[in-house]
Design a binder for this molecule. Structure first.
Ligand SMILES: Nc1ncnc2c1ncn2[C@@H]1O[C@H](COP(=O)(O)OP(=O)(O)OP(=O)(O)O)[C@@H](O)[C@H]1O
Ligand SMILES: [Mg+2]
Length: 504
């Protein structure tokens, strides 16, 4: 197959149950270009790229490579013409090494292929693009950024000229994001074509040459990124101005609500990931945990919310000891949770939207009193959440897994915040949300704080943390490097604390 120098999507349309997800889309990308694909949650970005990658068939329209029409019916056919895709949720096989994963998916393997030779080729390839990964490591030992590099390497090794990346940076640290951009720029110089989906407008303006904006399945604009800034992009996307810096009112914190005392929690490998952490969160307070992912924040949150056992120490909500209680008990004591692993812990993907809207509350009096009344109440409740959080969905009777990534997130957020919980534990709550939804969510968190909520916010986004939080703890290798008040001058050194080189 000849190298891709130009790819065109011509008049692509795709509907689900009669509702258009893509409506007459035309776009062109040339060799050496990075094209950004922007749009609100549910605008149709992933659907369009899934069509290019052969996961969905369009209802109408064509794909052309170098001016010639091609038929792409499966991901294998897509790879065969030179297209690769890195999905938001990685699909590597955990107990294999990185290099085995790459070789396993190798398109051109002869029946008895010389493993060793191919592995050597992979290593040479990795060197050429300067990928900084130890390819002999097992996948589970790799960080999110490393796993993503393996995915990219795999696509390149399979001969991808065009690489699609669907929200590649939401799971990366700022450092890893910069490393990714170096790789993508190098690919661009080598003549690759890159399509990038992202809600982070700074990234789009930094990395992309051009941007195409989708709204409700239609293209509403194109721009050269040199001519636009992030405000202009936001306006193109949602048709109004977005407030990027939200004002946080001064509110004194009141009594203690959540207390964590000398907590020790083991990670999946059986070694301590949380090594004696102590803090309190008060009413009217947002308490942030900043840190590079993998430093124990996940284990800490899972222990507080009952998803993981703690080895020692205690967790209390007001005067009740909830250490090692089951998740539903902890929820009933007043701790809501927006989990990091949404699909695993946040929703039941096969259930309908209205069922997920009351997950965890289905036994409460509100929804289970008398069968028929309850059903009506549940539906009303679900519709209320969909309206308030602007979940883009054709109805509440859709299987939740068919919602777009950001809309699943909005549904979980709506459900967890709506009950006005005394304590809300939120891990990366704006991950995957479009700019409008991010703004709305941040306002909601501040509103909960004002009403007396105590919020634990875990995020890698320093801007988000410093904008919203009253106090910020910096976690490194399972311990706090310090707890800072929002106006502490040491905040400027938070990066050093995250890297473990400064302790207060
Ligand atoms: N398999 C499916 N069945 C039914 N509807 C679907 C399916 N896949 C996508 N949709 C619908 O198509 C629309 C577009 O979804 P898509 O995932 O493409 O949005 P997106 O732009 O990627 O949004 P996000 O930013 O939230 O990821 C949504 O309304 C979604 O519910
Ligand atoms: Mg998507």
């Amino acid at each position: 197959m000849e190298k891709i120098t130009q790819l065109e999507m011509v008049g692509i349309s795709k509907s689900f149950h009669g509702i258009p997800a893509n409506d007459d889309i035309h776009l062109t990308i040339n060799s050496g270009e990075i094209l950004g694909l922007l749009g609100e949650n549910g605008a149709g970005k992933t659907t369009l790229m899934n069509i290019l990658y052969g996961l969905y068939q369009p209802d109408s329209g064509q794909i052309k490579i170098n001016g010639q029409r091609v038929k792409i019916r499966t991901p294998q056919e897509s790879m065969a013409v030179g297209i690769g895709m890195v999905h938001q949720h990685f699909a590597l096989i955990q107990p294999h090494s990185a290099v085995e994963n790459i070789v396993l998916g190798y398109q051109h393997s002869p029946l008895f292929f010389p493993q060793k030779k191919i592995q050597d080729d992979v290593l040479a390839f990795s060197k050429k693009f300067n990928f900084d990964i130890d390819l002999s490591k097992q996948v589970w030992q790799l960080s999110a950024g490393e796993q993503q590099r393996v995915e990219i390497l795999k696509a390149l090794f399979n001969g991808a000229d065009l690489l699609i990346l669907d929200e590649p940076t939401s799971v990366l640290t700022p450092q890893e994001t910069q490393e990714l951009f170096v790789i993508l720029n190098r690919m661009k110089q080598e003549g690759h074509l890159i399509i990038l989906i992202s809600h982070k407008l700074d990234e789009i303006t930094e990395l992309c040459d051009r941007v195409t904006v989708l709204q409700k399945g239609k293209i509403v604009g194109h721009a050269d990124t040199k001519d636009v800034d992030k405000r202009a992009l936001a306006r193109m996307m949602i048709g109004r101005d977005v407030i990027f810096n939200i004002e946080r009112e001064e509110i004194p914190r009141s009594e203690k609500v959540l207390s964590v005392n000398n907590l020790v929690v083991n990670g999946d490998k059986g070694i301590p990931m949380v090594k004696g952490i102590t803090f309190d969160i008060h009413k009217n307070e947002i308490f942030g945990i900043a840190g590079v992912s993998g430093n124990g924040q996940r284990e800490l949150v899972e222990a507080i919310t009952g998803l993981r056992k703690s080895e020692s120490g205690e967790v209390r909500i007001t005067d009740t000891d909830i250490t090692n209680q089951p998740p539903d008990k902890i929820y009933n004591e007043g701790i809501s949770h927006v989990p990091e692993e949404r699909i695993k812990f946040g929703i039941a993907p096969g259930l309908y939207l209205y069922e997920n809207a009351i997950l965890k509350q289905h036994r409460s009096d509100k929804f289970s009193s008398r069968l028929f009344l309850a059903y009506k109440g549940i539906k009303e409740h679900a519709r209320g959440l969909v309206d308030a959080f602007q979940v883009a969905t054709p109805s509440i009777f859709i299987q939740t897994k068919n919602l777009s990534g950001g809309n699943i997130q909005k549904l979980i957020l709506g459900r967890e915040i709506d009950g006005e919980p005394p304590v809300l534990v939120a891990s990366h709550p704006t991950y995957g949300l479009d700019v409008g939804a991010t703004e709305y969510l941040r306002k909601q968190l501040l509103q909960r704080r004002k009403e007396g909520g105590a919020i634990l916010l875990v995020s890698e986004d320093l801007e988000e943390i410093s904008e919203l939080c009253d106090r910020i703890a910096v976690i490194f290798q399972g311990q706090f490097m310090g707890i800072l008040e929002a106006d502490d001058p040491n905040i400027k050194d938070i990066g050093l604390m995250m890297a473990g080189t400064l302790q207060l």
